[in-house]
Ligand binder design. Structure first.
Ligand SMILES: [Zn+2]
Ligand SMILES: [Zn+2]
Length: 76
């Protein structure tokens, strides 16, 4: 693979690649099927909000640290 993505997408919380819609059309990203608790967006710097997706590692970490905030949805 020598092709470079024009706009690499990184998690605004941890800075790792968020894997959002990787190699797929828009709308097929895993994050569109997951529930993001409101509180997790407090981890995101305001200027990064809605610009890039949070990665699944951060979502899982949030769920682990804030189980009461996520009782409407459970992750594997
Ligand atoms: Zn992350
Ligand atoms: Zn995404």
């Amino acid at each position: 693979m020598t092709e470079k993505p024009k706009r690499p997408k990184y998690c605004p919380i941890c800075g790792q690649e968020n894997g959002c819609g990787r190699g797929e059309r828009q709308g097929s990203c895993w994050c569109t099927r997951e529930y993001f608790p409101k509180g997790i967006f407090e981890w995101v710097p305001p200027d990064q909000l809605r610009k890039s997706c949070i990665c699944i590692d951060c979502l899982k970490r949030y769920v682990r640290e804030n189980p009461a905030d996520t009782n409407t949805h459970s992750l594997p």
